[in-house]
Design a protein around this ligand. Structure first.
Ligand SMILES: [Zn+2]
Length: 153
């Protein structure tokens, strides 16, 4: 287990479009493990590779405790509806804001073992996945949010 430093807003790595992962091998799995550990340590519900300074298309997410998803080279195939989400981000500590996201998404990609996976997510799960996916495009929730507020300590 190794914790990685989480990059914060202002660092240009958060603004780049990430490149695909060539192959899900032991090195990629080690990074995914580190990302999961780092997400847990920071008490987040998701973490994308650029947030630890890796410009690769992958993220981890844990929308409900104990339910961990690893997505490598994810693609959002379709979206449906709208929902209003209150979001924060480990790379923008101390703030939250309101974002309109799809209510439902169809997403596919590779899993931790390099196998194809495909899900339909709704509600909170769709919210988390869309937020993490945006990181791979260099997009932060604050770009889309209105009503950004500083959290009380
Ligand atoms: Zn984020």
């Amino acid at each position: 287990m190794a914790l990685r430093n989480i990059v914060v807003e202002g660092d240009p790595v958060l603004r780049k479009v990430c490149r695909p992962v060539d192959k899900v091998d032991d090195r990629i799995r080690m990074i995914l493990d580190d990302m999961i550990d780092t997400m847990h340590e920071a008490m987040g519900v998701g973490l994308a590779a650029p947030q630890i300074g890796m410009m690769r298309r992958m993220f981890v997410a844990e929308p409900e405790e104990g339910e961990i998803f690893c997505f490598v080279n994810p693609e959002i195939i379709s979206v449906e509806g709208e929902q209003e989400c209150i979001e924060g981000c480990l790379s923008v500590p101390g703030y939250q804001g309101r974002v309109i996201r799809p209510e439902k998404i169809h997403i596919k990609g590779l899993d931790y073992n390099g196998e194809e996976q495909e899900y339909i997510f709704e509600g909170w799960y769709a919210n988390v996945m869309c937020h993490e996916f945006d990181h791979l495009e260099g997009v932060l929730y604050i770009d889309k949010a209105d009503n950004i507020q500083k959290l009380e300590d």
